[in-house]
Design a protein. Structure first.
Length: 65
């Protein structure tokens, strides 16, 4: 449970950082994102999810970490 809570905290840190450092750029990026077609967003989300799963799988299988 501790590892899960640490992971959630780290995700929130990484997600919040661009808003603190580049608020105007993030506003513009979010405007562009809201104008994208749903199919494109779904594809980007699927690719991101797949890359994340592969990274997690590789880290779990590797003895390097």
């Amino acid at each position: 449970m501790k590892t899960l809570l640490l992971l959630v905290g780290m995700v929130l840190i990484l997600e919040g950082m661009p808003y603190v450092v580049f608020p105007e750029s993030m506003r513009e990026w979010l405007r562009k994102l809201s104008e994208m077609k749903a199919e494109h967003l779904r594809t980007v989300g699927l690719v991101s999810l797949s890359v994340g799963l592969v990274i997690c799988w590789l880290v779990q299988r590797s003895n390097s970490f």
